[in-house]
Design a protein around this ligand. Structure first.
Ligand code: MRU
Length: 353
């Protein structure tokens, strides 16, 4: 069995700039794009060059370094004020993944302590690298915690891509799947193709195939009949934002899977670092859901599929109520039957709303 299941990383800081693997082109082409400019990184996040909540957070942290560099070069001691506009653009890049705002806030808290008469770049870069390393470490911890919940020889289904590509490395849901496969807990993975961006067929299938983990791709509409066969043990997904009561915003279609899972007695696991929890929101109904362009639904990879002019709705995420979730796995611990009461177990003691 291949034990080295940690080979893909989508984000690098190299030669004083940010490098992103262009996820829009995978799996046909592996193209790396270089960034020196924070505003261009914001556009890259909006346009899905990089996607997945933790990966967006790590990328935003490096973008803050780029914003600070250009503010220092252009405005010298006025750099803290000079970078505000870029940070606002970054924060507007995608609305649902709370990791974006968490990373900007953490970098902002640091830069506010730095002296105005020195370049902030080195200190901010160290912090961004720490955020990146912490994310990978959290994924490995969650991999072990999630794998421990799964019985030997299980079959699982995942939706969208919550893999190495969606994080600093290793993955959240796919981190559990990688670890579960290594531990002999998981034999087989079903991957939903995940319309409209096809993260399942383009990214998850690519990652699992690279790691020699048996994967079968299916249209998400096939999930109910798969569950009816009794073959499936767990659904394992990531999250973009989790509210204080354990409601989970994740790729649209996750809620549908959770309802089907309850009906068929399949267990539902959400794997996400604590950076994905928004303690300020009591319930999932308050999570902002990104509405993307209708053209992403009416076309497939640029080719028009639907009749010209037809209306199309394109919410990128949906919210699964906590009561449909068996386990939320974080690096700080596992919450079984999540609720306002049980989520407290992983709430930082010093958290102030
Ligand atoms: O629109 P995307 O591709 O950014 O959506 C990604 C997801 O929904 C993932 O499941 C989520 O961000 C968790 S990634 C570890």
């Amino acid at each position: 069995m291949d034990k080295n299941l940690d080979t893909i990383q989508p984000i690098f800081w190299r030669d004083n700039r940010l490098e992103l693997l262009d996820q829009r082109r995978l799996p046909q082409e592996e193209i790396w794009l270089n960034y020196d400019d924070s505003d261009e990184v914001a556009t890259a996040i909006t346009e899905m060059v990089v996607r997945g909540a933790p990966a967006i957070g790590v990328t935003a942290a490096y973008a803050v370094v780029l914003a600070a560099r250009s503010a220092w070069n252009n405005a010298a001691e006025q750099w803290p004020q000079a970078m505000v506009e870029s940070l606002e653009k970054l924060a507007a890049s995608r609305p649902t993944a709370v990791n974006l705002f968490w990373a900007i806030d953490r970098m902002t808290a640091l830069y506010k302590t730095l002296p105005a008469n020195e370049s902030p770049e080195a200190a901010l870069l160290e912090e961004a690298k720490a955020i990146h390393a912490e994310d990978i470490k959290a994924n490995h911890a969650m991999g072990h915690l999630g794998s421990a919940l799964i019985d030997a020889d299980s079959t699982v289904l995942t939706h969208c891509n919550a893999g190495a590509l969606a994080t600093g490395g290793f993955g959240t849901a796919l981190g559990v799947i990688r670890q579960g496969y290594t531990d002999g807990k998981i034999n087989h993975v079903y991957a939903d193709e995940t319309r409209p961006w096809l993260q399942g067929s383009r990214l998850t299938a690519w990652e699992l195939q690279k790691d020699n983990i048996p994967v079968t791709l299916q249209a998400e509409g096939a999930a109910a009949s798969l569950m009816a066969t009794g073959e499936l043990d767990w659904i394992i997904v990531g999250a973009d934002r989790i509210s204080a009561n354990g409601d989970v915003a994740n790729k649209v279609g996750t809620y549908m899977l959770a309802i089907l899972a309850k009906y068929h007695g399949v267990k539902m696991m959400v794997v996400a670092p604590t950076t994905t929890i928004d303690w300020q929101l009591q319930e999932g109904k308050d999570i902002p859901i990104e509405q993307r362009s209708a053209s992403e639904v009416t076309t497939i990879q640029g080719q028009q599929i639907a009749p010209a002019g037809v209306a199309a709705s394109n919410p990128a995420f949906d919210v699964t109520p906590a009561e449909l979730i068996d386990a939320i796995v974080t690096e700080a611990g596992v919450i079984l039957s999540p609720s306002l009461e049980t989520m407290i177990e992983i709430k930082p003691a010093d958290y102030v709303n």
